[in-house]
Write a protein that binds this ligand. Structure first.
Ligand SMILES: Cc1ncc(COP(=O)(O)O)c(C=O)c1O
Length: 392
């Protein structure tokens, strides 16, 4: 039996989105699909340091750090999670947090339900570990996006161990209502499921009243993943965290982290502390950029309504736009990149078939990049020709 299960595990396939970015991120002039917000400079961040964190920065020894994470940073993180303390927080790189959690929670033969489309590691690690993964779809409707709770309930079986979700959702910007979120947690609790909740885009709700409580505070088997890469505009720090009430799980995570990074980077931890102590300012800065870009996007998609279906996101720094032309969306993205230097990620990179692409709303050159899209569409010539025949 053990051998049989070992055979079920498979090597991890390439991470499509990360490979796509690796190819073009530092070559393309405009990144119109980036999910992070305009990165802060070190200078800007340090200018906001309080005396305690500035002294930590100036006197920092570049040695190994505590494996669980700088205690002052964990205390700051714990403030985001009612009912949890610094001991319930593990500092990791966000992607590392997904890996550690999946590797410690799952065994071959487990059944996992994962939100779809999704950031690939949220389902791929489980799959390669020999788990059965059922997608729980975020579906398009004329107004926006939705999930179906009955579909989730029907997907649960006797072997279901884990529910993986990501709200605010990448790539659609979908956010469930409070009542729906509570119903998801209630359903998980009824079936004793662990909930892995990727909350990387939390705090980017356009209406703060819509912000959902974190999974780790709502539910004793809830795990919240978050970090500084998206909502806090500091992806280069490579700092995130896992938060959960289950201390036994924390012990296993710590043991596992010895095989990934052992401990986090000392300078990054102090910079992360400065960032979290200034989180209101940082979130406000990023939301201002996103909302300005949203207004620009709505103008553009209003103007080009015959070409695209625009579904307004509710939260986060991305939207998923439907292309209505007959030209395959992959070709549209390729031509935009080759001819106008605008990198746009098509849905196939999210293992999805439909004619969608992801639009990033967090960068300051958004208007300029959209201008290039406009120029492309105009240069493509007779718009009706492209729509009618699918050719340029
Ligand atoms: C939903 C989601 N989770 C996790 C991550 C990983 O974050 P990081 O790149 O900072 O490791 C990303 C990055 O794009 C993401 O979109």
């Amino acid at each position: 039996m053990a051998n049989e299960l070992a055979l079920m595990t498979q090597p991890l396939p390439p991470f499509k989105l990360e490979r796509y970015f690796a190819q073009y991120e530092f070559k393309a002039k405009y990144l119109l699909s980036a999910s992070d917000c305009e990165a802060l400079t070190l200078h800007e961040l340090l200018a906001h340091a309080d005396p305690d964190s500035l002294s930590r920065w100036n006197n920092l020894a570049l040695g190994y750090t505590e494996s669980q994470g700088l205690p002052a940073l964990r205390e700051e993180v714990a403030l985001l999670y009612p009912g949890l303390s610094a001991d319930d927080v593990l500092i990791v790189t966000p992607e590392e947090g997904i890996y550690i959690a999946m590797m410690t929670l799952l065994k071959p033969g487990d059944h996992v339900i994962a939100i779809s489309p999704a950031y690939q590691s949220l389902y791929e690690i489980a799959r390669s570990r020999g788990c059965d993964v059922t997608p729980w779809r975020v579906r398009a409707d004329p107004q926006g996006w939705h999930v179906d709770l009955d579909e989730l309930a029907h997907a649960i079986n006797d072997r279901t161990r884990l529910l993986v979700i990501n709200f605010p959702h990448n790539p659609t910007g979908y956010l469930p209502a409070h009542s729906e979120w509570q119903a998801v947690i209630d359903l998980a609790a009824q079936h004793n499921l662990v909930v892995f909740s990727d909350e990387m885009y939390r705090y980017l709700e356009y209406d703060p009243a819509l912000r959902l409580p974190p999974a780790c505070s709502m539910y004793e088997r809830g795990i919240s993943l978050s970090g500084l890469s998206k909502s806090f505009a500091l992806p280069g720090l490579r700092i995130g965290w896992l938060a959960a009430q289950d201390r036994k799980l924390m012990e296993r995570w710590l043991e596992y982290k010895d095989y990934t990074t052992i401990c986090s980077s000392a300078p990054s931890e102090v910079l992360a502390l400065i960032a979290l102590r200034n989180r209101e300012w940082l979130v406000e800065r990023n939301l201002t950029i996103i909302k300005d870009n949203l207004a620009e996007a709505e103008r553009f998609f209003g103007e080009y309504a015959a070409w695209f279906t625009w579904r307004r996101p509710t939260a986060g720094s991305v939207a998923f736009v439907q292309w209505k032309g007959l030209l395959p969306v992959e070709q549209l993205c390729r031509e935009m990149l080759e001819w106008y230097g605008v990198m746009i990620v098509p849905a196939t990179v999210f293992d999805m078939d439909g004619p969608y692409f992801r639009l990033g709303l967090g960068r300051r050159n958004f208007t300029e990049a959209i201008g290039q899209v406009r120029a492309y569409l105009r240069a493509a010539g007779a718009e009706s020709h492209m729509l009618a025949t699918g050719g340029l």
